[in-house]
Design a binder for this molecule. Structure first.
Ligand code: GDP
Ligand code: MN
Length: 380
């Protein structure tokens, strides 16, 4: 789950990262009122879950409340990388002397948390990685011991933090680490972390990505989810208790079990097709859940065929077959469906599917080939 800047800052501030929260505004008038309360120059910032807002005109300085209102009017409704701006953050403007990048990521390949730091802050780190990779420090932390003082010193020297700010920097990195661990994050980044004209260290922008699987243990963080910006189909799936991730292909997948779903996607690719989604319908797979899954898959206009791959264990194949036939009758859009059901009561299932004129398959290879052919409008 990606968090908006103002949410990320809330979490970081709670753990002691130095920053000024500012106020959230949803209208130009609210932005003006916020600027009045803050007093002095402010920065008006689009709250969207994409990077590069500054370059896209989504971050603007305002000298007084009237200007803040005018800037807010320009930013609200702006489309940044396909996302329409609805929410703003109004915060005191900082006078910037230096900008750094400071982030923590969960490096799955390296099996540990890694610090990423650069003295070329402000710009997107992916950009620096391309143009000047030597300007980036990647420092893996010990997977069991975590952040240590020598790690902090190493980063501090790499960035060239001035001596009088080294202890403030150590506190900031320690607080960032605590926020990362405390919220089960996959990413926590401050870009830019600035030194102000009057020599303060301050986080001006923040971004956090939390591990969805850890959210059940963090009720307070789950509330921070931004429903405005979620893929609507993924939100609908979460409501229905279905594990779903939208992809770009043309073949919808409905599978029980995450591993089987991954395998199904691999075999679709091997057969020359592209999966339109990952979908694990979970255990049981009763008619209402199957119907919800079909609805979510077919909401995607790119879907040209559906491959259903069910392994009947406790879930009986004939029950699933009934569910599929029932659910299919309720659909607003129909596409060719290839159904493979194996395991418990597979033969009864095949009979039900044949009677309902669904395309069946003997093996998963066969099913994938048929689904690919059907997606191209060929007779499988
Ligand atoms: P991003 O473009 O989405 O990463 O948004 P940021 O919040 O990082 O803002 C982009 C850039 O705007 C920063 O790197 C700063 O250079 C500038 N900026 C942001 N806040 C302030 C501020 O309070 N004062 C000044 N002078 N510049 C700011
Ligand atoms: Mn930024």
């Amino acid at each position: 789950m990606k968090l908006q800047e103002f949410r990320s800052k809330e979490i970081l501030a709670r753990h002691g990262v130095p920053l000024i929260l500012g106020e959230v505004a949803r209208t130009p008038e609210e932005a003006r009122a916020a600027a009045e309360r803050i007093g002095g120059p402010v920065v008006v910032k689009a709250q969207v879950l994409v990077g590069g807002r500054g370059k896209a005109g989504g971050v603007k300085l305002a000298g007084n409340p009237a200007e803040a209102e005018a800037r807010a009017r320009e930013i609200i409704g702006l489309v940044i990388k396909g996302v329409t701006v609805r929410t703003l953050l109004v915060a005191p403007a900082a006078q910037i002397a230096r900008e750094y990048y400071l982030g923590l990521i969960l490096d799955r390949g390296g099996k540990t948390i890694t610090i990423i730091a650069s003295a070329e802050g402000g710009v997107e780190i992916e950009e620096t990685a391309k143009t000047n990779p030597a300007a980036i420090l990647r420092l893996p932390l010990h997977p069991l011991i975590g952040l240590q003082r020598h790690n902090v010193r190493r980063v501090s020297f790499f960035l060239g933090i001035p001596p009088e700010l080294r202890s403030a920097f150590a506190e900031t990195l320690t607080a960032l680490y605590a926020a990362f661990i405390g919220s089960d994050a996959d990413l926590a980044e401050i870009n830019p972390l600035v030194v102000t004209d009057d020599g303060q260290l301050l986080a001006l922008d923040a971004k956090m990505v939390l591990d969805d699987s850890a959210l059940p243990g963090h009720a307070d963080l789950e509330e921070m989810r931004d429903l405005d910006e979620e893929e609507p189909s993924e939100a609908a799936a979460r409501e229905a208790g279905i594990n779903f991730i939208k992809l770009d292909g043309t073949i919808g997948c409905m599978v029980n079990g995450a591993g089987l779903a991954m395998t199904t996607m691999d075999l679709i690719k091997l057969a020359g097709g592209e999966p339109a989604n990952f979908l694990d319908i979970g255990g049981g797979a009763k008619a209402d859940r199957v119907a919800a899954a079909f609805g979510i898959i077919l909401d995607d206009p790119n879907v040209r065929s559906i491959l259903v791959n069910i392994f009947g264990g406790i879930t009986r194949g004939d029950e699933v077959a009934h569910g599929i036939v029932e659910a299919r009758a309720t659909l607003t859009r129909d596409v060719p469906m290839v159904v493979r059901i194996v395991g418990t009561n597979a033969e009864e299932a095949a009979e039900i599917l044949r009677r309902a004129n669904l395309i069946t398959a003997d093996s998963l290879d066969d099913a994938a080939a048929k689904a690919v052919a059907a997606s191209r409008g060929e007779q499988p």
